[in-house]
Design a protein. Structure first.
Length: 315
């Protein structure tokens, strides 16, 4: 039995059923609804945030969890590890919307979009606004995986110099340079744009701090669309207020939803978006394409799964 603990479009349900006539599918809209069926499920498709250690213990037949998102930080990984349950996720499907988000946010800052909208609303003919160009800038991308590579690819259309930072430092297409993480302090003084696309893991939580922002040129733009716990909000506010960062674009936060009274909202040099950088009407279909590919593997050779997760590391 394949159990879905979150809503799936009817046409996608029909496509899965037609492609897999030997499997029984149970489609639910949430985990409360799915819980009664969970002990019978061999395969669970979920966004991951609805799983607890108690639910894993209840899922006595469970052999594989397909997480149709990339983040694993809220998963009960220790309980999953003890049961030796296979986990795969949808890593990589975010690359197109997130790369487009990054370029759009950089351009809205450089082209003064927020002020132009304000002036339009107040009927002001404000030709005095200073515009900036993306052309010729240097971009440092912390997290040079599929998403980072797609950002670099789009940035190349604007003739941006792209510098990637990864664990291995291995060469990657569309990056002019790729370095290991320990080189980051020496790279930041070169960055006109600094982007973090890091996931939330034991190794990445708090990996950035005020000192990194201080190392940037004071005209630099900082964009975080990975996870909010890589850097404290207080350090971002301090960096902006003390002129170490010209503008910060934040899609992720230490606490989500971001409280209405959080000081991040009120700084004119900080742009807030509600964790929507990966949003796309194609998201669900792309995630289920990965699931379908892995289901074929699961039914046959049972090895070399797409995006298999090391539950010890969380990625």
């Amino acid at each position: 039995m394949i159990l879905f603990s979150s809503k799936v479009e009817n046409k996608l349900q029909e496509k899965l059923i037609k492609a897999n006539p030997t499997h029984q599918f149970i489609f639910c809209t949430n985990m409360d609804e799915a819980r009664e069926t969970l002990p019978k499920a061999e395969i669970l498709v979920t966004y991951g945030e609805d799983l607890t250690e108690e639910l894993i213990n209840d899922a006595t037949s469970l052999k594989w969890i397909m997480v149709i998102s990339a983040g694993m930080e809220k998963m009960p990984l220790e309980a999953i590890k003890q049961r030796e349950i296979l986990v795969t996720n949808a890593r990589g499907i975010h690359r197109i919307p997130m790369a487009e988000y990054a370029i759009s946010m950089i351009l809205q800052v450089y082209r003064q979009t927020k002020k132009l909208i304000d002036h339009e609303k107040s009927h002001q003919w404000a030709k005095h606004l200073q515009m900036e160009e993306l052309h010729g800038k240097t971009m440092v991308i912390l997290g040079a995986g599929a998403i980072g590579q797609e950002v670099a690819k789009l940035a190349k259309a604007f003739q941006v110099k792209t510098i990637g930072v990864s664990r291995s430092g291995a060469s990657i297409d569309f990056f002019d340079e790729v370095h290991q993480i320990d080189a980051l302090p020496s790279l930041l003084p070169k960055a006109d744009i600094f982007i973090s696309i890091l996931p939330s893991t034991k190794e990445t939580r708090g990996i950035l701090h005020y000192g990194h922002l201080e190392a940037l040129p004071n005209h630099a733009l900082f964009l975080n669309m990975g996870r909010g716990d890589v850097i404290a909000s207080a350090d971002i506010i301090r960096g902006v207020e003390q002129g170490q960062v010209a503008h910060a674009v934040l899609d992720v936060f230490e606490q989500e939803p971001l409280p209405a009274d959080d000081p991040l909202w009120d700084n004119e040099f900080i742009t807030i978006t509600p964790h929507i950088s990966a949003s796309s009407r194609h998201y669900e279909a792309r995630a289920l394409e990965i699931f379908q590919e892995n289901l074929f593997i699961y039914n046959n050779e049972k090895k070399n799964y797409v995006n298999e997760i090391d539950v010890t590391r969380g990625y």
